[in-house]
Design a protein around this ligand. Sequence first.
Ligand code: ZN
Ligand code: ZN
Length: 338
Amino acid sequence: MADATFESLHEDDDGPPAVPLATPPVFVWPPQPAGLVKFLFGYPGYIWPLNILYMGMAIATWFWLTPDLATMKTFQWDWIAVIWGRNLGLTFLVFGGLHFRFYIAKAQGRRFMMNRREPTRNHRRFLFGNQVRENMFWTAGSAVAIWSAYEVVTLWAFANGYIPMLSWEAHPVWFVVLFLAIPMIRDAHFYFVHRLLHHPMFYKRFHALHHKNVDIGPWSGMSMHPVEHVLYFSGILLHWVMLSHPLHAIFHVQQTGLSPALGHVGFHRAKGKGGGEFPIGKRYYHYLHHRFFECNYGGDGTVPLDKWFGTFHDGTPESHEIMRGRRKQAHGTEAGAA
Ligand SMILES: [Zn+2]
Ligand SMILES: [Zn+2]
């Protein structure tokens, strides 16, 4: 990808994202207690509105859409089908719902769209000759199967006591703290897996598939090679070694499976019915990764690993120059990994 495209970003966009992208005041020195409280509990913030939605969905899933632990002691196709079926259903609800709103109903037209083109291209480089169809294929096929497999084996291990279970009654504070920390744990895990996938040994073979999406839409999110799915969902293995509850594991793996829909929505603000506007998380962060490849490997930078490892692109021309310099040093060229 030629760097000249940076200047042409959002040339026809009437509401570009605010830059520089800020680093959340969680892992910063010196500490910023007031900023931290505002980030954690303010609106829009860490908990409200997005994580509370994912948390609520996980709680509902655990209480109403997950078989009893006693049932899950032995592998049986009936309960495994329930897990797979609800994951597939949630996938169509979230990915399909967002795709419908933004790209079929076109609820806000191109307003606040970051893409140059709509992520719905017909081109022979895509499976079935169409970007959305290829993305749906990898998501509904490979992603949901691998997500469900991790979840089934983990729930089976909890049911049999192979994994120690954290009790809500005995440790309510740790229970809540761990629950709140899971999105950050995911962000850090994603950074390392993602950097590994950009290593020349893995990029072309596995991760290039995800990067066929330069203009991104919800279905781009989980459009990955099955090997990438195995690595991407591996964060759930944490619950095999750290004291937690099946609810934590469900929240962890479900958010891993569903949040890329909004993460790749291609818009940085949503327009409400009454004409109100609201930001939809830090969508520009990962969008810049899809445009320029060698920056912003983290999910949203809540754990600022990109900053610590010098791979942060904050959306400004200065930041872009720094990335170009890094790229030149690494490749002896200005060309990106694409
Ligand atoms: Zn992506
Ligand atoms: Zn990548």
